[in-house]
Design a protein around this ligand. Structure first.
Ligand code: KG4
Ligand code: ZN
Length: 336
């Protein structure tokens, strides 16, 4: 059969990205323009600044993605786009661009859920087998998602307050680390030791929900208390203690979910999946307690927001005949 080529757009937050994906698992191009430097001085993503950057960048990025892939519009089978969840003004830039191109070149339009995109980034690493469990950990979401079949998602656990990445970024601010703080805290954590023993919100039993606000408060109180006493705490030990608590909870809940819902594969997805401590702890624990479960973690570049992951998810949606027309709108609160 002829190869399937999908042009995929991602603009839900602070990355503008366009990719060309072949057959759902080969990346022909994946151009990513990050706006992080524009948001850093504000300590987080400023929505108006984000949408303006997307508008300025997107046309050039589309050209770059097609050129790098060596593909023209005539070769394409579909255009795909993230339509939620995310910042509405940012999402709209991708949605309008994708709609316009689909219409102009008579191509089908495939609507993609951003979280489905993160999960399907795993398709570039390994052939996926169902049912599978995904630990979705990003700046906006922390969820355990069961996939009973391709493109069939159900959330079996989620955070009741902060997302894991959000907790990293808030704690980072207290340590004077610029947004996004996850990577730097991860680095410091590997130098320090868990000396503070911050609380782990496990609420044991059969509960698969997460909570990180107690940990965040404990961290902030410890730091402020020391500041008031004029004491200097080790940044490395603070980072290590925070990360140990986050990782413990993520690993424990994931193992619990695997015990309740037997699967062959565990996909770790989203920006926080880049965390070295999490990767190490999860794979070590699986090796001991669930050696038959295969862990799949996308390479670092595919953990953060990117167009290729949208193309991979779109491949699944195309097979399920999920298409949109020119009435497609951004949905900032989209869920599975
Ligand atoms: O998935 P993503 O790129 O954007 C959202 O959809 O939210 O995730 C961004 C989040 C940020 O909170 C960032 O601090 C976090 O991922 N992050 C990390 C690491 N790299 C990025 N958190 C922990 N450890 C990392 N190495
Ligand atoms: Zn994301």
């Amino acid at each position: 059969a002829k190869d399937e080529l999908i042009l995929a757009f991602e603009s839900s937050c602070d990355e503008t990205s366009v990719a060309v994906v072949k057959n759902g698992d080969v990346i022909l191009s994946n151009i990513i323009a990050t706006q992080i430097n524009s948001h850093k001085r504000f300590g987080g993503v400023v929505p108006e600044v984000a949408s303006r950057h997307h508008v300025e960048e997107i046309t050039m990025i589309i050209d770059d993605a097609l050129t790098e892939a060596g593909v023209s519009y005539d070769d394409l089978d579909a255009v795909a786009v993230t339509y939620g969840p995310g910042l509405v003004g940012s999402l709209l830039v991708g949605v309008e661009a994708a709609k316009t191109l689909a219409w102009a070149h008579h191509l089908p339009l495939i609507p993609v859920n951003h979280m489905a995109g993160h999960i399907y980034a795993a398709a570039f690493v390994q052939k996926l087998e169902y049912p599978l469990l995904a630990l979705m950990v990003s700046g906006g979401h922390t969820e355990l998602v069961m996939l009973t079949a391709p493109g069939e998602f159900s959330i079996i656990g989620e955070t009741r307050d902060d997302a894991a990445g959000e907790a990293y970024d808030k704690v980072g601010r207290v340590l004077g680390i610029t947004y996004p703080a996850g990577k730097e805290i991860d680095r410091l954590a590997h130098i320090g030791k868990d000396t503070f023993h911050f609380p782990r919100a496990m609420s044991d039993s059969d509960n698969l929900d997460f909570s990180f606000s107690g940990l965040k408060s404990a961290f902030i109180n410890t730091k402020h208390h020391a500041d008031q006493l004029g004491e200097t705490l080790s940044r490395e030990d603070l980072a290590a203690s925070f990360q140990a608590a986050v990782v413990d909870v993520l690993v424990e809940k994931t193992m619990h979910a695997l015990a309740m819902h037997p699967v062959k594969q565990l996909v770790v997805a989203g920006g926080v999946a880049a965390n070295q401590g999490l990767r190490e702890a999860l794979s070590a624990r699986l090796a001991v307690d669930m050696p038959d479960v295969e862990m799949i973690v996308p390479p670092l570049r595919l953990c953060g927001d990117n167009g290729a992951m949208v193309g991979a998810a779109a491949h699944i949606m195309r097979a399920k005949h999920v298409f949109a027309d020119e009435t497609l709108n951004a949905n900032p609160n989209l869920n599975f």
